[in-house]
Write a protein that binds this ligand. Structure first.
Ligand code: URA
Length: 198
């Protein structure tokens, strides 16, 4: 097991040991921690697991997840090449929105996941995920625009569930998604330049 995988395993064990959000934990079937590669360059962050995710213990495996898989394929990637997770790691009852205190309670664990993986880009899916990292921005204005904040590059995107059945939003999300390879290339070029000079 790699160092990054071991770190992720430890964070997952810590959530269980500390009995984080016990009411959510009691109403859900299981913890939905994350899925994919610990050495991913891209981390995708949604809001909270839904019914299918709760049943399978994996993030984004329902209809929104299928759409996410399709968009990954459009840029030549598979789920195993990236890392996918949510802010809140248990399904809220009846798919209600997670409460602010639930998001705040899980945020340090999400930050620890990012600290372990050290991705090149954090792709936030939907407004709630974006607001955790890029406060004060409006998704309608900044979707598809990479932002560097405190040394980390973020790409705010619309949520695939919101865009799934909305023709124009769906196309906008696909167009934004297709920018990922160029953004990644630019970040890698910058890294090369910095390496050469130092
Ligand atoms: N929506 C989310 O925000 N996360 C999931 O895992 C599935 C749907």
């Amino acid at each position: 097991m790699s160092k990054k995988e071991a770190q992720l395993k430890k964070i997952k064990a810590e959530i269980l040991k500390q009995n984080i959000c016990p009411e959510l934990a009691a109403s859900a079937i299981q913890l939905v921690f994350g899925d994919g590669s610990a050495k991913a360059e891209l981390v995708f962050i949604g809001e909270a697991p839904g019914k299918s995710e709760d049943e399978q213990g994996l993030p984004f495996v329902g209809a929104a997840g299928q759409f996410l898989n399709e968009m990954l394929a459009m840029i030549g990637l598979k789920r195993k090449d990236v890392y996918i997770t949510n802010i809140v790691k248990y399904r809220p009852p009846d798919n209600r929105d997670p409460y602010p205190d639930e998001k705040a309670t899980f945020l340090p664990f999400l930050r620890a996941q990012l600290e372990a993986i050290k991705p090149k880009i954090v792709v936030t899916l939907g407004r709630h995920s974006m607001e955790c990292f890029l406060p004060g921005l409006q998704i309608s204005k900044c979707h598809g625009q990479p932002k560097r904040y405190q040394g980390q590059v973020y790409l705010p995107l619309f949520h695939p569930a919101a865009a799934l059945y909305n023709g124009s939003m769906r196309q906008t999300l696909i167009d934004d998604f297709m920018k990922i390879p160029a953004i990644l290339k630019k970040i890698n070029q910058e890294a090369k330049i910095i390496k050469t000079l130092s």
